[in-house]
Ligand binder design. Structure first.
Ligand code: CA2
Length: 145
């Protein structure tokens, strides 16, 4: 399978700030871990990160017909980007939304996801494992355990 991992604003800072919430592993180490995991399952994986809403929308559009699945942590855009919601609805690529932290244990504004309705499902609070769990789901779903 071909996976596209999309990370939104500030997630390039993983491992560099707020380790109490987001852990100590860097964005680069997350990408390596996921690429290795995909390779071990006969799959390919690309990582994309942007702090810009339009760039994320372009990446979603570009995934159509190229990737089998998207795993996305839209960062704070989760809570208000109807443009990302519309982009997900506009393409024929299934997406799982991932949040590193348990957003439901945090501020009220983080409890609402406007993007999750366009996703197969949402994973939150499992740390970086959430990305891997999403990939595992797609692999199983496609008969490749
Ligand atoms: O828990 C998550 O994964 C979030 O999507 C992270 C977003 C936040 O706005 C969402 O409510 C929940 C923030 C990403 C910030 O990432 C940082 C990583 C390291 C250091 C500082 C920020």
């Amino acid at each position: 399978m071909k996976f596209l991992i999309i990370n939104g604003p500030n997630l390039n800072l993983l491992g560099k700030r707020e380790p109490g919430i987001y852990g100590e592993n860097t964005y680069e180490s997350l990408c390596k871990r996921l690429k290795d995991f995909a390779a071990a399952h006969d799959s390919q994986l690309d990582c994309f990160q942007s702090n810009h809403e339009g760039a994320i929308i372009d990446a979603i559009h570009g995934a159509d017909g190229v990737y089998d699945a998207i795993v996305m942590n839209p960062g704070a855009f989760t809570h208000y980007s109807y443009a990302i919601l519309d982009a997900l609805k506009a393409v024929d690529v299934p997406c799982i939304e991932v949040h590193i932290s348990n957003v439901h244990q945090r501020e009220e504004f983080r409890h609402k996801s406007v993007t999750a309705p366009a996703c197969v499902g949402q994973i939150c609070g499992l740390g970086l494992y959430g990305y891997e769990a999403a990939i595992r789901y797609f692999l199983e779903e496609n008969g490749r355990p």
